[in-house]
Ligand binder design. Structure first.
Ligand code: ADP
Length: 488
């Protein structure tokens, strides 16, 4: 089973969120499950520098303005996965964030930048493909950046017709990001005007890459079973719920996994002391280290809650700001690592200024520090309004840092609330709350505190959380099943 895995991010070369972690870990897991997966990535500087043994395999000729010619190179990721890089300097040779310019705004040519990626992927389907020895059976695109792949196959048979059409899969990692562009882009994107309709690429008067993918892909997946249901509702579907409901027979939710080679307190090189479910001793040293790093009182008995997140509205961190005063009054501490909305950043900065012994805030992106936080905290807060899967709560489980989450998307699927039934049958691994209000978060914090004050019960939950298996093996098998179902 040959699979071209098309993604705009891959850790550690380029990462803005969970997609990068998934793109790094799932392809090797699929290869271990018997697939032959290759990546296709935009040739950002970090990608061209990050792949080893890079050499040219073909040339891409498109109808897209500004990208009539580009080079396709192939190299290997650090994990040994073969990866194609679309080397188009006019589109990708830019520093920093893959989507935003230095002014923090989307690059004005993002439509063309990711149309080119989809065009390159669709090129693997044509008879004069780049590599006659490696023709993919499946084109598996991720998020809106890959949304046009199935649209090109369907709408441009003049360019992409091959003797055998590969199957197409689109995975929605977050439906909130859709790649919507003005209708005047249609021609530049190489899409026929006849496709600008509700049964096509049109979405509320714009061209939508994600809508196009949802409409034309053979199979749709998203990253948790609960989110697969949620995106078919008005609350979470962002206008695509109707289309997704009509496609529910080909839409599945497959949970993301964790790369335990990177996230394991028994081996993590970023943390000051290592620990296991059988010997939690090292976690105390990690907590003391974290309190020092953030200038907090070094009180071993203070319950320490943590956040590592993009600071955006859907992450629900305004609820943490609302609940913080009560948490601090109960003797709790809080560390926050994140960046995003200026108002949210300012809110957390002020909180830390007012409560320097109890609250520590680092605005920015810091991968090693995120590991130290996972190891050093007691409680990990993920109060998201929506969360397709969420990875940080899975890392927290592994680090024995009990997750306290809002019951939505993958958070609902992966954290078992310490309600009376789950506490009685010994299955609880964390805490959930339902409504996105500060008051409900406070109540959930109160419940967590009650357990925290009973060390034996808390440690039993920690051990259980740490031994839950969210590795990639199971999800990889589910994707294999899906690929096989395409019958290619
Ligand atoms: P999303 O993809 O919506 O951002 P996920 O929970 O799926 O949310 O993935 C977030 C990933 O980004 C995790 O690996 C998390 O540790 C990491 N992350 C988020 N913010 C930061 C930060 N400020 N510094 C370091 N890592 C971060």
């Amino acid at each position: 089973m040959r699979v071209l895995y098309v993604t705009s991010e891959c850790y550690p070369m380029v990462k803005t969120g969970g997609l990068a972690d998934v793109s790094a870990a799932l392809p090797p897991a699929l290869n271990a499950a018997g697939a032959d997966v290759r990546l296709l990535l935009p040739g950002y500087p970090a990608v061209l520098n990050g792949l080893s043994n890079l050499h040219e395999v073909g040339e891409l000729i498109t109808d897209l303005p500004g990208c009539d010619r580009a080079r396709l190179r192939i190299g290997r990721t650090a994990d040994g996965v073969l990866a194609y890089a679309l080397d188009a300097p006019s589109l990708y040779d830019r520093p920093g964030n893959p989507y935003l310019g230095p002014d923090g705004q989307d690059w004005p040519d993002n439509a063309l930048r990711f149309a080119a990626l989809a065009w390159a992927a669709a090129g693997f389907a044509s008879d004069d493909s780049y590599d006659p020895w490696w023709r993919p059976d499946v084109l598996h695109g991720h998020d809106w950046q890959a949304g046009l792949i199935p649209a090109y196959l369907e709408l441009r048979p003049d360019r992409f017709a091959g003797a055998v059409r590969p199957g197409t899969v689109l995975t929605i990692h977050n439906i909130a990001y859709q790649g919507n562009f003005g209708p005047w882009m249609l021609g530049d994107l190489g899409l026929p005007s006849s496709s600008f309709r509700i049964d096509g690429v049109e979405y509320y008067g714009n061209v939508s890459f994600l809508k196009a993918g949802c409409y034309y892909a053979d199979r749709l997946t998203t990253v948790s079973p609960t989110y697969a249901n949620e995106i078919q509702t008005a609350e979470h579907g962002t206008g695509l719920q109707g289309l997704l409901a009509t496609r529910s027979d080909v839409l599945t939710g497959i949970l993301n996994g964790v790369d335990y080679a990177v996230w394991d307190p028994a081996t993590d090189p970023h943390i000051p002391a290592r620990y296991t479910p059988d010997d939690l001793g090292g976690k105390d040293a990690c907590k003391a280290d974290l309190q020092s790093a953030f200038g907090l009182d070094r009180r071993p008995d203070a319950p320490l809650a943590a956040v590592v997140s993009r600071l955006t509205w859907h992450k629900g961190l305004d609820l943490v700001l609302e609940a913080a005063a009560q948490w601090i009054a109960w003797g709790g501490q809080l560390v926050v690592l994140g960046s995003g909305d200026p108002a949210s950043e300012a809110g957390f900065r002020h909180l830390a200024q007012w409560h320097p012994q109890s609250v520590g805030v680092r605005i920015g992106y810091d991968e090693p520090l995120s590991h130290r936080i996972q190891a050093g905290a007691d409680l990990f807060l993920v109060p998201s309004r929506s969360e397709p899967c969420g990875l940080t709560q899975l890392y927290a489980l592994k680090y024995g840092t009990l997750p306290l989450v809002r019951r939505t998307g993958g958070l609902a699927d992966t954290v078992i609330d310490a309600n009376p039934a789950a506490s009685a049958d010994g299955s609880a691994t964390g805490f959930q709350f339902v409504n996105a209000t500060g008051q409900e978060l406070v109540w959930a914090l109160r419940r967590a505190l009650t357990v925290y004050r009973k060390p034996e019960r808390w440690q039993a939950m920690q051990r259980r959380a740490m031994t839950r298996d969210f590795g990639w093996h199971g999800p990889a098998e589910e994707y294999m099943e899906l690929y096989r179902g395409l019958g290619r």
